[in-house]
Structure formats: structure tokens, C-alpha cells
Design a protein around this ligand. Structure first.
Ligand SMILES: Nc1ncnc2c1ncn2[C@@H]1O[C@H](COP(=O)(O)OP(=O)(O)O)[C@@H](O)[C@H]1O
Ligand SMILES: N[C@@H](CCC(=O)OP(=O)(O)O)C(=O)O
Length: 373
């Protein structure tokens, strides 16, 4: 298994199969695979659908297609059942993260989600993510958990996305309605033809079908994340994944995740402000590729929220030496600039991070010394 951090998306049909609410039928094999990943030193984030399906029997509904508020009520009650169901398969604790598209689009919330995920993983807790269905409608909604899983893979800087469904992979037509459908083991280019092959879902508890899985794969591979769609209802699939084989459809990433991220930071992200730093900070960042600490910051330019993209500038010569995502707003930085990291809490009353820009969130533009290679 040549990955370090994987996002595993589990579809409703696996969590709550046969319209009977939550079940361990498929989760047992999935949980065993996750435990094997942990034992091999890999980090795992779960994106689990199934709250609506899990709560369906517990909320009265007249029609086979319930109204949005009815589905939201199903999700609210089903989420509890689903989390309890996941937890019983693990010795390590599970944690619940309910997020919306609005949260992921907001820079401050984005960085909050990122920090929370990082700390959960550091503490060997399994993050279980789902859309916050109670509040999410229309523009707030990601809409389907396939796309949510791709966004979670981006925010968590995962290097693998695994979409577990009730179908073996992507076929040239919907295998449920065409007996001659053929599976595509490898997709290196997501063309309109690929989208044309993908249909929706016939399952009334699921969302999106193959269309949304391909959208998710497209987002992930563009950002350097290898993506697999596999059949999570077959336990042998996990043995094959563990051996590093491809039991379904593999979408090949364009480039490595870290390179793609650095490219995004360097070329795509517009700068919201500048941090002018002293010679010590210039040396740490340019020579060692170190994170930027508050102590090296002399001047803060611009008005921005936490999660903003900033340029790190050598105050002596005005040269932009790096770009990165900042953990603090301009107001916070005015108070902590020039100070030691252990003073952040005293000065602000909170301390989400001891560094102002983490080296993983930074691309160094001027490299010197050992950092040159
Ligand atoms: N070209 C295709 N290849 C594979 N499956 C397809 C294709 N077109 C449509 N589908 C349908 O997509 C379904 C999987 O999507 P969905 O029901 O939303 O699952 P999940 O709950 O796992 O997200 C399959 O059961 C299949 O019927
Ligand atoms: N938040 C919803 C997600 C619905 C959804 O996307 O379902 P699926 O197509 O099975 O991944 C739920 O938990 O039911």
C-alpha cells in the first residue's frame, strides 16, 4: 500500500443495506481493513454516508421519496445510530465531524477543520465525516458525499482517495441495467466520454450514482491524489487493496500530491497580504524550509482572516521568499508578531497553532543552503 494518508468514503448501501437500518454486514470487513492500515502505520479518515438510510425506519414518511425536512430528520436520528455502529468495530475512538460546503468555502472554518483533523490523527482517533444534513440545503450543500470526500482529501492533504460502493468500479454503461457492461480498470484522463458512461443511482437512499464519483475523482487527481472506486461489499477487495493491487477502477493522479499542492500555492492562490520578516526567519525559511514562527515577523501588511494566503518577504531587501497559508488573522498577528510561540495563548487567549505558517502549507520561492536541492 503505497500511501500514507487515505480518505475512505463509504456509501449508504454499505452502511445500511437492504433498507433495514444500520448493519455490520459490510462494515466488519471495512473496519478490519482500516485496522490493518493503522497497523501498517497509515492514517485513515472515514467519510461515511448512511445517516438518512439508517434513520429511515425511525421517522414516519408517507411517500417513497421523503421531503427534504423529513430526510434531515432521518439524518439526525440515523447519524447517532451510524456512529455507534462504526465505533463498535474499533478499539480506537471514533470522532464525528459534520461539515457543509459553506464551512469548506470559508477560510477560517477551512483552517479550523484542517487543524481538528490533524490533531485527531496525531491522537490516533478515527475522524468520521458526514455532511451536516440538518443545516445543509441548496447552496450550503456539497450535495453528495463523493464530492465531500474529495474535499476532505484536499483539506487533510491525503495522498489516496478510496470510494467504496456497491459496484465493482466504473463500467462503460450502468451494469445494473446492461448485462454486457465492461469495467474500466484504469482511467488516466477524465474526458466527457467518461462522464457520458456514468449514470445516476437507482438506489433511493443514495445520492449521485457514478456521476458524482467521477466528479470526486476528477477533483482528487487534479490535486495529485490517486483515486480508486471499488466494491466495498466484497471482503476480498480489501485483501487485494492491502497487497497493493487494483480491484476496481484506478484514476491515475496527474502528479504527486505534495507537488500539486505546492503548485496550487505558488501559481493559483492569490495573496491576501504580506509578512515582512527578520534575517533569522529568512534563514529558517529559505535555508531549512522551516515553519514561520511569530518571533521572526516584523511587519504585517494587509487585512485578512485566518486561512489567508500570504507572502513572506525579506524586510531587508523586499524579496518575496515564500508563500503560504496563515493560521492567524492580521489582527491576531499585530499582537503576536515578534513574540515567542509560548506567549501566543497569553496574548490572544487561544492558540490554534504554535507556528504562523506551517511548512506543509508553504512553498519556498527563494531557497538557499541545504534547502536548494
Ligand atoms: N457507468 C457506471 N458504472 C458503474 N456504476 C454505475 C454506472 N452508471 C451508473 N452506475 C450506478 O451507480 C451506482 C453507485 O452509486 P450510488 O448508488 O450513489 O452508490 P453509493 O451509495 O455507494 O454512493 C451503482 O450501483 C450503479 O447502478
Ligand atoms: N449525508 C447523507 C449522504 C447521502 C449520500 O451522499 O449518499 P451516498 O450516495 O450513498 O454516498 C447521508 O449520510 O445519508
Amino acid at each position: 500500500m503505497n500511501f500514507n494518508r487515505v480518505v475512505i468514503k463509504v456509501g449508504s448501501a454499505l452502511v445500511a443495506p437492504d433498507a433495514k437500518g444500520c448493519s455490520g454486514k459490510y462494515l466488519l470487513a471495512i473496519a478490519r481493513f482500516i485496522t490493518q492500515c493503522h497497523q501498517a502505520g497509515k492514517e485513515v479518515i472515514l467519510v461515511s454516508s448512511g445517516s438518512v438510510a439508517a434513520g429511515r425506519k425511525l421517522i414516519q414518511h408517507g411517500s417513497p421519496v421523503p421531503s427534504i425536512p423529513t430526510k434531515q430528520a432521518m439524518a439526525a436520528v440515523g447519524q447517532m445510530q451510524m456512529m455507534a455502529n462504526w465505533q463498535r468495530f474499533f478499539d480506537v475512538p471514533c470522532s464525528q465531524l459534520l461539515i457543509t460546503h459553506g464551512d469548506l468555502k470559508d477560510r477560517q472554518r477551512y483552517i479550523n477543520i484542517k487543524n481538528t483533523l490533524r490533531i485527531l490523527l496525531e491522537n490516533h482517533v478515527i475522524p468520521v465525516v458526514n455532511e451536516n444534513d440538518t443545516v445543509a440545503t441548496d447552496e450550503l450543500k456539497v450535495g453528495d458525499n463523493d464530492n465531500l470526500a474529495a474535499l476532505v482529501a484536499l483539506v487533510s492533504e491525503a495522498d489516496r482517495l478510496l470510494i467504496l460502493s456497491d459496484v465493482d468500479g466504473v463500467f462503460d454503461k450502468d451494469p445494473r441495467s446492461h448485462s454486457d457492461a465492461r469495467m474500466l480498470p484504469e482511467i488516466s484522463d477524465i474526458t466527457p466520454q467518461i462522464y457520458a458512461m456514468a449514470g445516476g443511482t437507482k438506489n433511493h437512499i443514495a445520492t449521485g450514482g457514478m456521476q458524482t464519483k467521477i466528479q470526486a475523482a476528477e477533483k482528487a487527481v487534479e490535486n495529485g491524489i490517486d483515486t480508486y472506486i471499488v466494491n466495498g461489499s466484497k471482503s476480498e477487495v480489501f485483501d487485494r487493496l492491502f497487497r497493493g493491487e487494483n480491484p476496481g477502477t484506478h484514476f491515475i493522479a496527474r502528479q504527486g500530491a505534495s507537488r500539486a499542492r505546492k503548485h496550487w500555492l505558488k501559481h493559483t492562490l492569490k495573496s491576501d497580504g504580506q509578512l515582512l520578516v527578520d534575517p533569522g526567519a529568512v534563514k529558517a525559511v529559505s535555508e531549512k524550509g522551516a515553519s514561520l514562527l511569530p518571533s521572526g515577523i516584523l511587519t504585517v501588511k494587509g487585512e485578512f482572516v485566518a486561512g489567508a494566503s500570504l507572502e513572506i518577504v525579506n524586510q531587508d531587501n523586499g524579496e518575496v521568499i515564500a508563500k503560504g497559508i496563515c493560521q492567524y488573522s492580521h489582527r491576531d498577528l499585530q499582537q503576536i508578531k515578534g513574540q515567542k510561540s509560548d506567549q501566543i495563548y497569553n496574548l490572544l487567549g487561544f492558540c490554534p497553532s504554535k507556528v504562523v505558517i506551517h511548512r506543509d502549507d508553504m512553498v519556498v520561492l527563494v531557497k538557499t543552503g541545504d534547502n536548494k536541492g
